[in-house]
Design a protein around this ligand. Structure first.
Ligand SMILES: [Fe+2]
Length: 246
């Protein structure tokens, strides 16, 4: 190779730090005892396929998908909230074009799901599903209702703190994150093994912040939550130095 030949340099994923990763098995979270992998995860090498394959097209996402309060011709019951934030990579840079999908219980704490049959009411105008693609600055925003707590049978009198499930795809399928967003000062944190499986130093990152400035007067409260995807140290680019070769 000469010094003037352009070559594609692949991004490198940062290794997760010890003490920051939520364990796959956690004593208090009973089902992890049956489902968690028994062997140490293997970090796969990162090759060209992972960053150049097709990702999800945003043409399948409509503006209405980000508003969970208007479904089936009516308005959902509950405390209307705006959930917003940015998707960032591990270098702190915005991730545009990331697909966010959320699912959550309704205001009474019940999912519209065949196996959720605890005696809380379903809402005919709330399905609990939303999705949006981040804009050029990595921003996202949902309009929804605050989910209720629900019992889940993990231990005696077990209740999940209010939470919203998030799935994120970044700019490659290897940039995937499935997580949960919590609300500040939830009195149920102390007895929830899923929340407490997160290492203490990282728990605050799973909790949204209330933002009075982003509330909409006479309309909705607002919560901000930034999400950091497993990211890249650098984006792919053409170079003429002696970096890694695709
Ligand atoms: Fe849940």
């Amino acid at each position: 190779m000469t010094g003037t030949t352009s070559r594609l340099v692949l991004p490198r994923y940062l290794q997760e730090q010890d003490g920051q990763r939520t364990p796959v098995a956690f004593d208090g979270y009973r089902s992890t005892g049956l489902r968690a992998p028994l062997r140490t995860p293997v970090d796969l090498p990162h090759r060209l396929t992972e960053i150049t394959g097709p990702v999800l097209g945003e043409d399948r996402v409509t503006a209405g998908d980000a508003d969970l309060t208007l479904r089936a011709g009516g308005e959902a019951q509950g405390q209307r909230i705006i959930v917003f934030g940015r998707v960032l990579d591990s270098g702190g840079r915005p991730v545009p074009g990331a697909l966010l999908e959320i699912w959550q219980a309704n205001a009474a704490g019940r999912y519209r799901h065949v196996v959720d049959n605890w005696p809380a009411p379903l809402d005919p105008h709330f399905d609990g599903l939303g999705r949006v693609v981040t804009d050029s600055l990595g921003r996202y925003e949902f309009t929804t209702v605050k989910p209720g707590a629900y019992p889940w049978g993990n231990h005696h009198n077990a209740w999940r703190p209010a939470h919203i499930h998030f799935s994120l795809f970044g700019q490659a399928f290897t940039q995937r994150l499935v997580t949960q967003m919590y609300f500040p000062d939830d009195p149920l944190f102390g007895q929830d093994p899923i929340f407490n499986a997160i290492p203490p130093a990282a728990r605050h990152r799973a909790v949204a912040g209330f933002d009075l400035g982003r509330t909409q007067p006479d309309w909705a409260l607002a919560f901000e939550w930034d999400i950091v995807l497993r990211g890249t140290e650098q984006t792919p680019f053409e170079t003429d130095d002696d970096g890694d070769v695709a």
